[in-house]
Design a protein around this ligand. Structure first.
Ligand SMILES: Cc1cc2nc3c(=O)[nH]c(=O)nc-3n(C[C@H](O)[C@H](O)[C@H](O)COP(=O)(O)OP(=O)(O)OC[C@H]3O[C@@H](n4cnc5c(N)ncnc54)[C@H](O)[C@@H]3O)c2cc1C
Length: 557
């Protein structure tokens, strides 16, 4: 990828493209990667930064969706488990197995309610016992049996559970334990997919902070939101991958749709050693008294906990509010009553909107997480079709992108030439297969570049095997105010990852902000280093540092 201005210049020189993709979240970037590999010329635009929506604000679980079994969504669960396994294999630099423990209060609760939910009868969900969970987990294991990538489930007695998860409430009957997976940096995976797409097919471009609106039957005006400059493009097809914004984006293209009914979900990022130690390498997945499922697990050296599920109108207005913070803290204290937890431990909060289809359901957790493609055919006012990507999960983006790409290829009268499903993502190319190979990789790169092994291990975690390039080609001097990052890393991101704002670097190309490390001196230093590459004068550097600082401060106030 290049700098933003260079990509904009390229776009201005272009009159047409085969596919215009709106939205640079996991679905839009996954689609770009797939279509580019088929030789299709694509332009992807995002009205904000890439991954500014749900893809950077999810719970980061890469999972089959155990609880969707209760809604009889077998197809969704099977597809999600298959995609989870693919990601564990081909995105193993970011996607790792995650042991999951469910505290249970009884053996037989839910024996009546769960079948009622399964049959679609109205019921308030809540209180599943060990027997019901066992049925679900048995099925979960059954559908993964052929391509098993994770161990089988098991139950742990109350005594053993309380020993292994110190601080857990003591009035449980047992815990159910199984494996799913989590993704450390979905944001960087999206950027990798853009880079891969553009490398595969230089006739593809992806740019952030650009909006699209229809001006004539066959032309779309692209506007650079920072300069107001415009250019016009003629696409043969448009894919609307704007997640919760699908209806808004369609409206800008002159299409009236009411496909979406998003719900917002918030998360807390917590710095608390007792909780961190108690969780160990497992996620605790628990049901609050109101039936809401909450999760908590280690995220680097912090803990993430979430989330809420509240209907919203305009996704632009969604924010984590104080009621949600109180609610989440109270559920956490409910499940870990013996730990000292307080609101002062929160270092960051974030909120996103699930791109759910509109539904008449009151109980939002029961809205299907399956995806579909809405095909709006050309008409007398529009020469190109619009395909709207509705719903879905982070986990299933590969399948969703593939299905959308096939539909678009069909429309363009072209055939799929390659499959990208079994192709490692950029940072997973030659990723060490096991711990021994990983140690050897770290030792080799550390010694070749005269670096500490700890530092190389950190780079491998951040960039996958692309860390070798960062270690060997960039300035490894640590930042004075954030020693975990080097001057060269920031320069590399600023130079190569289409940066327009400091928050793009600290929130969506790195985990600086989400882990609560965005303190003023660090941000000022990063703004200066990035600013030298991006041509920001000192006034702009100060403004960017202030914006990034306020984002973190406001998130915790
Ligand atoms: C709280 C929460 C928890 C979740 N947890 C999980 C989980 O644990 N596991 C899981 O698998 N899934 C989870 N999900 C779902 C998952 O995050 C989403 O399904 C997925 O990220 C959607 O990706 P997307 O690319 O469709 O949309 P988004 O990631 O929202 O991307 C849409 C993009 O479109 C851009 N855009 C908006 N309007 C326009 C426009 N007019 N023109 C151009 N661009 C535009 C936005 O800026 C944004 O970057 C969760 C979601 C939320 C909100």
């Amino acid at each position: 990828m290049k700098k933003h201005d260079a990509i904009w210049q390229q776009l201005k020189d272009k009159d047409s493209c085969e596919v215009l993709i709106l939205g640079g979240g996991i679905n839009g970037t996954g689609l770009l990667r797939d279509l580019a590999a088929q030789g299709i010329s694509c332009v992807l635009v995002d009205k904000a930064d890439f991954t500014a929506g749900a893809s950077s604000t999810s719970s980061r679980m890469i999972h089959g969706g155990l609880r969707y079994l209760e809604n009889a969504e077998f197809k969704l669960v099977s597809e999600a488990v298959a995609e989870r396994n693919r990601l564990l294999q081909y995105a193993n630099h970011y996607v790792k197995p995650l042991k999951t423990s469910i505290p249970l209060d009884s053996w037989f609760a839910g024996l009546i309610k769960s079948p009622m939910v399964f049959l679609g009868l109205p019921v308030t969900v809540g209180g599943r016992g060990a027997f019901v969970v066992e049925i679900g987990l048995w099925f979960y294991d059954f559908i993964t049996r052929k391509k098993r990538q994770t161990p089988r489930h098991f139950f742990m007695s109350k005594t053993k559970s309380l020993k292994e998860i110190p601080g857990l409430r003591s009035n449980i009957t047992c815990t159910a334990n199984y494996w799913d997976a989590w993704i450390s940096q979905a944001e960087r995976l999206c950027v990798e997919m853009i880079r891969e797409g553009v490398m595969d097919n230089p006739d593809c471009d992806a740019i952030n902070y650009v909006t699209a609106s229809k001006t004539s039957a066959d032309e779309i005006t692209l506007t650079d939101t920072l300069t107001g400059e415009e250019t016009v493009i003629k696409p043969q097809a448009v894919v609307n991958a704007t997640g919760a914004w699908v209806d808004f984006a369609n409206k800008d293209l002159g299409l009236d749709s009411q496909f979406m009914g998003g719900t917002k979900g918030s998360h807390l990022v917590i710095e608390n050693k007792q909780l961190y130690d108690a969780l160990g390498d497992r996620m605790v997945y628990y049901e609050h008294t109101d039936g809401r499922i909450c999760i908590t697990f280690r995220f680097m050296d912090r803990v993430i906990m979430g989330s809420t599920d509240i209907s919203v109108g305009n996704p632009d207005n969604a924010a984590c509010d104080n009621d949600e913070i109180d609610y989440m803290m109270s559920t956490l204290k409910g499940v870990f009553p013996n730990l000292e937890l307080s609101k002062g431990d929160i270092v960051y909060t974030f909120c996103g909107v699930r791109p759910l289809p509109s539904s008449g359901l009151d109980y939002t957790s029961r809205v299907s997480r399956a995806h579909r493609i809405e095909d709006s055919a050309p008409d007398e006012n529009r020469s190109f079709p619009i395909y709207s990507m509705i719903g879905g999960k982070l986990t299933t983006f590969g399948a969703f992108a593939r299905q959308t790409a096939d539909k678009v290829l069909d429309k363009l009268g072209k055939k799929r030439t390659v499959s990208v499903s079994e192709r490692p993502y950029l940072g997973a190319v030659n990723y060490p297969a096991d711990e021994t190979a990983k140690q050897a990789w770290i030792e080799r790169v550390a010694s070749a570049n005269n670096l500490q092994q700890d530092r190389v291990a950190e780079l491998l975690e951040r960039y996958g095997t692309e860390a070798e390039k960062i270690a060997s080609e960039t300035n490894n001097t640590p930042l004075e105010n954030l020693g975990e990052y080097s001057v060269g890393e920031i320069e590399y991101i600023a130079e190569n990852e289409c940066i327009q704002h400091l928050l793009d670097i600290t929130r969506r190309r790195s985990i600086i902000t989400i882990t609560g490390r965005g303190q003023k001196p660090a941000l000022e230093e990063i703004a200066k280093v990035a600013g030298n590459i991006l041509g920001w004068d000192s006034e702009r550097q100060t403004k960017e540092a202030e914006q990034a600082f306020n984002e973190q401060k406001v998130s915790c106030s």
